[in-house]
Ligand binder design. Structure first.
Ligand SMILES: Nc1nc2c(ncn2[C@@H]2O[C@H](COP(=O)(O)OP(=O)(O)OP(=O)(O)O)[C@@H](O)[C@H]2O)c(=O)[nH]1
Ligand SMILES: [Mg+2]
Length: 473
């Protein structure tokens, strides 16, 4: 994405389609010619910054395109930190396109062009109106699919996440300064200067970063949801369970084993947490080419899942003649594809769910490491939902309190901060005191942390982040 913020950019800022009101935005270091052309010189001269003014939007022949509201923001008191003109007109797609074209035409001498996705926010970042974590929070707020995620994004946007990071960065700098003082005065020994103090500071920093990581991980789940795969032999009730959790008939259910051939995904809100539940084709050896392709997809879904729900039919004849209860969860057999569990990711959780207890008579809920349910009657589903939340890191209904709506990029940077702090702590051990290496690790820890707010960020990272925005933001 070009970073030149010297030219005006123009975009329709409201969603495509018909609506009561639509907004066209212009931002640039200099946009007065656009303002004068679109509003007429007389009105343009009377506009007071940040005040709504009733205006007619004019085309090149002074014909009225629309009648609406104009707001002018003078630099740096605007979203982008540049001069910004906001035209609020009627929300018809055609009228907004005409208005957008008119702004482009009026700004042609200034080099005006259409905005790239996220380019208004990119300019806000480049002009220090917001930091990178806040810019990402803008996109997250727009994309939020649950209330908790929206509130959390809005707090990140207000700078809560950034403030926590800034405090850590400050503490990192202080600890480093203490160590470097001993390097500058070689006659002073670090032990004398208070190695214990430095050690305690680093230990306390480690605890603080661990806490930020914990909150960021919860936030990442809130933001991205979790993938939950329903896996098991044919006919155990996987599709029935998907339908029960979704509260609607999403997948076809029949008494015929091998009904589901393809994977079916649904986003299901469980107490404010979005779970992406994936129904799969039942696992068994088959000569049917279509069914085999479906089973291959099941195995792929198992590999991608954060949580695998292994479904077992409570009435199914247990193998090897042993009653189901006496088989440890790990060896409940899926006769024909015994090694499917090896596909489960290293960090993924597996929950064994015994279904159809309305037929077998077991009590609903957890017992001996398994969960007993009936997808048909709904018995035990509350326990299952609670277990899913628990595995996602929430022991109560998810709330946005104290959670940072983190992205993978953030988790990665926090993880590297943790690594460098661990190294620093090792170099501060009395037996192997290497203060210069400890100081260097603290410096690297600070750099890793700075990537989140964008103090140190490569251009390609910026391009990657902002290109995912919608146009006009
Ligand atoms: N009594 C009872 N029947 C159930 C329950 N869950 C599912 N069934 C029945 O079991 C049969 C198979 O259910 P499905 O949900 O299609 O099973 P599946 O695991 O998706 O099967 P495939 O797609 O073939 O792998 C249907 O006749 C369902 O009505 C349950 O909890 N109790
Ligand atoms: Mg099915």
């Amino acid at each position: 994405m070009p970073h030149s913020d010297e030219v005006p950019i123009v975009a329709i800022a409201t969603a495509p389609g018909r609506a009561g009101i639509g907004v066209v935005r212009v931002s640039g270091p200099q946009i007065d010619p656009v303002v004068a052309a679109v509003l007429g010189p007389a009105l343009a001269a009377r506009l007071r910054p940040r005040h709504a003014t009733r205006a007619r939007f004019l085309d090149a022949h002074q014909r009225v395109i629309d009648d609406g509201i104009a707001i002018l923001y003078r630099a740096p008191h605007s979203y982008t930190g540049q001069e910004v003109l906001e035209l609020q007109g009627h929300g018809g797609p055609l009228v907004l396109r005409m208005l957008q074209a008119r702004c482009l035409q009026a700004g042609r001498a200034l080099g005006a062009r259409l905005a790239e996705p996220g380019e208004f926010t990119l300019r806000a970042f480049l002009n220090d109106r917001i930091d990178l974590a806040q810019a990402e929070a803008v996109a997250d707020l727009i994309d939020a699919s649950t209330e908790a995620a929206a509130r959390s994004a809005s707090r990140s946007l207000a700078g809560e996440f950034s403030a926590a990071l800034a405090q850590l960065a400050e503490q990192l700098t202080q600890a480093r300064a203490l160590i470097e003082a001993t390097l500058d005065f070689p006659e002073e020994d670090l032990e004398e200067l208070g190695a214990r103090d430095v050690r305690e500071r680093v230990a306390s920093l480690q605890r603080s970063v661990d806490e930020v990581m914990r909150r960021a991980r919860l936030g990442a789940v809130l933001r991205d949801g979790l993938r939950v795969a329903l896996v098991g032999a044919p006919n155990v009730g996987k599709s029935s369970l998907l339908n029960a959790l979704a509260g609607q008939d999403v997948a076809i259910v029949t008494a015929h084993p091998g009904t589901t051939r393809d994977r079916i995904e649904r986003s299901i809100d469980i107490g404010g947490l979005v779970l992406n539940v994936i129904d799969t084709a039942g696992l068994r050896a088959t000569a049917d080419e279509v069914e085999q392709l479906g089973i291959d997809r099941t195995l792929a879904a198992v590999g991608e899942a954060d949580i695998v729900l292994e479904l077992v039919d409570a009435t199914a004849a247990p193998e090897r003649g042993s009653p189901l209860d006496s088989i440890p969860p790990d060896s409940i057999p899926l006769a024909s594809i015994p090694d499917w569990r090896q596909r489960i990711g290293a960090h993924a959780a597996r929950i064994v769910v015994i279904n159809k207890i309305d037929l077998s008579g077991e009590l609903p809920g957890p017992n001996a490491g398994r969960l007993y349910i009936s997808a048909k009657t709904g018995a035990g589903l509350d326990s299952l939902r609670a277990e899913l939340l628990h595995r996602a890191g929430w022991d109560h209904a998810p709330s946005d309190e104290g959670v940072y709506l983190a992205r993978t990029r953030h988790l990665d940077a926090i993880g590297r901060t943790q690594d460098h702090l661990r190294e620093a702590a090792e170099h501060l051990q009395p037996a192997a005191l290497r203060p210069e290496l400890a100081a260097e690790e603290l410096r690297l820890a600070g750099l890793a942390l700075g990537e989140i707010t964008g103090q140190v960020t490569a251009d390609d990272v910026l391009g990657e982040i902002f290109s995912r925005f919608c146009i006009g933001k």
